[in-house]
Write a protein that binds this ligand. Sequence first.
Ligand code: SF4
Length: 289
Amino acid sequence: MRMNAARAALLREMGLTPLWRPREAPPLQVRTAAVPQEKAKPANAPEKPANAAPRRAAPELVRLVREQAPAPAPQTAPAAPQADAQEIAARAARIAQLDWDALEAEIHACRACGLCKERRQAVPGVGDRAADWLFVGEGPGQAEDERGEPFVGRSGQLLDKMLAAIGLRRGEDVYIANAVKCRPPYNRTPEEGEIALCRPFLARQIALIQPRLIVALGRPAVLSLLGENLPIRANRKQFFPPARVLGNIAPMLISYHPSYLLRNELEKARAWEDLCLAAERMAKEKGKH
Ligand code: SF4
């Protein structure tokens, strides 16, 4: 990809200029060790109280999301109580029939998990409802909770710059959503059970949008979209086939959440690699039809 003056300016804004490599250059060294990614806490986020509840173990979510997946994976975890499983399945089936207006109304009224208690408002998503690109993040932060739109704080500004760097604009052939639609208290990472209960909404958004490509930003997005708790670094640079991705509609690429990039400047170069890879794949997808 030839870097013109405008793109160079955008990359400077992303803090990538000193780190960016032309595609012809040898790829940046990628460490292969599976290092768990921690989402950076926004600078203005209050400290998490010492008595905050610990996160639940991943296997519970893996079990819950697999129950909702279109092509269920073999069950290795204990089955849910029959009544719970039936209730979850019935709710997911009902949500899968909603149109856009009904879906957004349902999200705004949802009280399925504890995140409803402290939200100002639910944040369904924003953008082109027939977009080729779907970016999925983690959950609303304080600014998003106030505005009712995902990615409007500092991480949103960075995401907009990242989109611009590959010729995209929010709302134009791009839809942006989150794994959970309500703000987790203290901007903590959403729990696995919360992601599972919100997953039918994301599944329905995917079905309505019919994107050509999904980009998962951060581990909660990966967990919701794949039903697997995978580390980011070790699973970048590959396209997960539609059959493995929520909705069974589009391939998926994994990259870093913008809020993580704000605290880990060196990873911006890898995020840029991911975006270039995604742009190449999108060009191929569009060439098919
Ligand atoms: S996060 Fe999702 S499941 Fe939980 S209350 Fe909000 S909309 Fe409902």
